[in-house]
Write a protein that binds this ligand. Structure first.
Ligand code: FPP
Length: 241
C-alpha cells in the first residue's frame, strides 16, 4: 500500500490514542503479555516522533487507566517499570526535540519510583514550546468529571460561584486537560469500537478512527492513513456547511 498523502493544511491539532491490543499481539506469538507492552512502547516512540515531525500540536496517549489496577499485579508492576524505563531512556531526546510532557490523571497515586520520573519529565520540559505530549496515567474520565464537580461544588459552597454561572468553560477548566484543546482525532487500535472511559467530556465533537491493527503493529503509515482520512472529513460541530 502507498504511503498516504497528508494535506498539511488539514492536520488535526490534537490527536488522542487508545493504544489497544498489546496483550493479543503477545498471545499470537505465544509470549507473555508483558512482551506485548514492551513492543507497544516501541510503537509509542515512533508515534511520538512522527507526530512531532508532522507538526501535530498535542498528542494524548492512554498509558494506564484507573481500571488497569484490576490486572494481575505482575502486569501492573511491569507497566510501571516500563513507564520509568521509557521516560528514563527517552526524556533527553524528547527535551532536545522541544517536546513538552504533560500528564493527566491521578498520577500522584502511582508508585514513588514512577512519580519521581514523571515529576522530572514535567519539570525538565516545562518551558518547551514544541508538541505537547500528554500521557494519561491512572486516568479515568468519570473520575476526572467527579473531581471537577467536587471542585465546582466547593466554589459554590464558598460563595465564589453561583450555580447559574456554571457553563462549559467552568467544567472544562476543572478537568485535568484544562490547558489543552479538545482532541480533533481519536484513534483506537485493535478493532475495538469503544471509548473505555477516555476523555468523555473532551471528545464531544472529535472525529473517531478505528484501526484493526494491534497497537504493536500500528505503523507510521497506519498513523498517516488516520491523519489523511481526518483531512477528508467534514466537521460541522452540529451546524451546517
Ligand atoms: C492496552 O493493551 C494497553 C495498555 C493497557 C497499556 C499501554 C501501554 C503501552 C503502549 C506501553 C508503553 C507505554 C508506557 C508509557 C508505559 P491490552 O493489554 O489491553 O491489550 P489486549 O486488549 O490485547 O489484552
Amino acid at each position: 500500500m502507498d504511503t498516504p498523502k497528508i494535506n498539511k493544511s488539514k492536520l488535526p491539532r490534537h490527536i488522542a490514542i487508545i493504544m489497544d491490543g498489546n496483550g493479543r499481539w503477545a498471545k499470537k506469538r505465544l509470549m507473555p503479555r508483558t512482551m506485548g507492552h514492551r513492543a507497544g512502547m516501541t510503537t509509542l516512540k515512533t508515534t511520538v516522533k512522527t507526530c512531532a515531525e508532522l507538526g501535530i500540536e498535542y498528542l494524548t496517549v492512554f498509558a494506564f487507566s484507573t481500571e488497569n489496577w484490576k490486572r494481575p499485579a505482575d502486569e501492573v508492576d511491569y507497566l510501571m517499570k516500563l513507564l520509568v524505563e521509557y521516560l528514563g531512556k527517552e526524556l533527553r531526546e524528547l527535551h532536545q526535540e522541544n517536546i513538552k510532557i504533560n500528564v493527566i490523571g491521578a498520577y500522584h497515586d502511582l508508585p514513588s519510583e514512577c512519580l519521581v520520573q514523571v515529576e522530572e519529565a514535567l519539570s525538565l520540559t516545562r518551558n518547551n514550546t514544541g508538541m505537547v505530549f500528554n500521557i494519561a496515567l491512572n486516568y479515568g474520565s468519570r473520575r476526572e468529571i467527579i473531581r471537577a464537580v467536587q471542585n465546582i461544588a466547593s466554589k459554590v459552597q464558598n460563595g465564589l460561584l453561583s450555580p447559574g454561572d456554571i457553563d462549559e468553560k467552568t467544567i472544562a477548566n476543572e478537568l485535568y486537560s484544562c490547558n489543552i484543546p479538545d482532541p480533533d482525532l481519536l484513534i483506537r487500535t485493535a478493532g475495538e469500537m469503544r471509548i473505555s472511559n477516555f476523555l468523555l467530556w473532551q471528545i464531544a465533537y472529535t472525529e473517531l478512527w478505528f484501526s484493526s491493527k494491534l497497537w504493536p503493529e500500528f505503523t507510521k503509515d497506519e498513523l498517516l492513513r488516520a491523519i489523511s482520512d481526518y483531512g477528508q472529513r467534514e466537521r460541522r460541530f452540529g451546524g451546517l456547511t
